[in-house]
Design a protein around this ligand. Structure first.
Ligand SMILES: Cc1cc2nc3c(=O)[nH]c(=O)nc-3n(C[C@H](O)[C@H](O)[C@H](O)COP(=O)(O)O)c2cc1C
Length: 325
């Protein structure tokens, strides 16, 4: 594999982490015991998103399988801040990799409470801000509005020196605008994509299948969208990008690195293959070795450089035409 890498101050042994909410490290530890700690599949662990108060999540059904993907409307069930700090954090703190805690609230005050309390705990290496949520004061989804994202970061940045990672939503026309707002507000990295808004209709009753009415699409079905969003965001910001969305193999992970991601995350694939994290890591190592690549810097953003060459050619008339059908 390549040398260890630095993700905004976190030292990672390799570039494969998990997507929030898709790998339950506490349940895996119960199932596999210390073997999980000896061979932990990810180079950092991202917790499921926690909220200030406990949440029961959405009514069932919560899952629908689509061609090459799934729609979930889990609805962030969690123990709330206090339950997380007392019950989960002591266990997650024993993992052999940096711990990133994902948080979400419906107001800047709620986010501030989460960030203040979570960041103060030594095992926490970084905080991921899940901004796919409405601000109760404005009614706007924070991560869909650059101004909302910027003002949230302004409120949170002074609260901790630990890295803040903004998890971007794909449900916007221009994710790069939100990413730039996050960077200007002091975010140390951005991660993308979260799930795409999606619906399923019960073919029998012709009513919405999911108890919550709608949910979020993930898995290979979203990969091409994710790749394009990673490319456009990576071209717009200087902070590191954590890329995810439908990654199932090492060669797909490599595509995300070429698109500009410094680190990749495996999500839905872990439900299909619980060993996916370790498999993607080793396949990626083989891909890099076969290409005689020893430093990730040789790959990250390789497609962006090609893109720039393409643009120069268009300007000089070497090629022309729209980029889509
Ligand atoms: C069942 C499920 C639960 C998820 N829970 C969370 C969550 O709690 N917080 C979050 O930021 N993203 C959550 N996600 C989104 C994933 O972390 C990831 O961004 C998304 O699924 C795209 O990657 P993938 O296609 O590899 O799954 C969840 C996704 C799934 C499928």
């Amino acid at each position: 594999m390549t040398d260890p890498l630095d993700l905004c101050g976190l030292r990672l042994a390799h570039p494969v982490i998990n997507g929030s909410g898709t790998f339950d490290a506490i349940a895996a530890r119960r199932a596999f015991g210390d073997a999980l700690l000896e061979r932990f599949p990810f180079s950092a662990f991202v917790s499921k998103t926690i909220t200030p108060e406990p949440r029961a999540g959405n009514p069932p059904p919560r899952l629908w399988e689509t061609p090459a993907g799934m729609i979930n409307s889990i609805g962030l069930p969690n123990k709330g801040l206090q339950g997380f700090l007392e019950q989960d954090l002591p266990q997650l703190g024993r993992l052999p990799v940096p711990l990133i805690v994902s948080v979400m609230a419906t107001s800047a005050e709620g986010f501030a409470r989460l960030v203040g309390k979570v960041a103060a705990r030594p095992p926490v290496a970084a905080i991921e801000l899940n901004v796919s949520c409405p601000n109760v004061h404005s009614g706007l989804i924070v991560g869909e509005e650059p101004r909302e994202t910027a003002s949230l970061l302004e409120a949170l940045r002074p609260l901790t020196d630990k890295p803040l990672i903004v998890k971007l939503t794909p449900n916007v026309a221009e994710p790069a605008g939100v990413a730039v707002a996050a960077e200007e507000g002091g975010a140390n990295a951005v991660s993308l994509i979260n799930t795409l808004k999606a619906s399923a209709i019960d073919p029998g009753t012709l009513r919405p299948w999911l108890g919550a009415g709608r949910g979020g699409l993930s898995g290979p079905a979203v990969r091409a969208v994710a790749l394009e969003q990673v490319r456009s965001v990576a071209a717009a910001v200087a902070v590191p990008v954590i890329g995810m969305g439908g990654i199932t193999s090492g060669s797909e992970a490599l595509e995300f690195l070429a698109a500009g991601a410094s680190v990749v995350a495996v999500g839905t694939e872990s439900f299909r293959d619980p060993g996916a994290g370790e498999r993607v890591r080793s396949e990626l190592a083989e891909e890099l070795a076969a290409r005689r690549i020893s430093s990730l810097a040789e790959v990250v953003g390789a497609s962006a450089a090609a893109d720039q060459r393409g643009r120069n050619e268009v300007q000089t008339g070497a090629s022309s035409g729209p980029s889509e059908g």
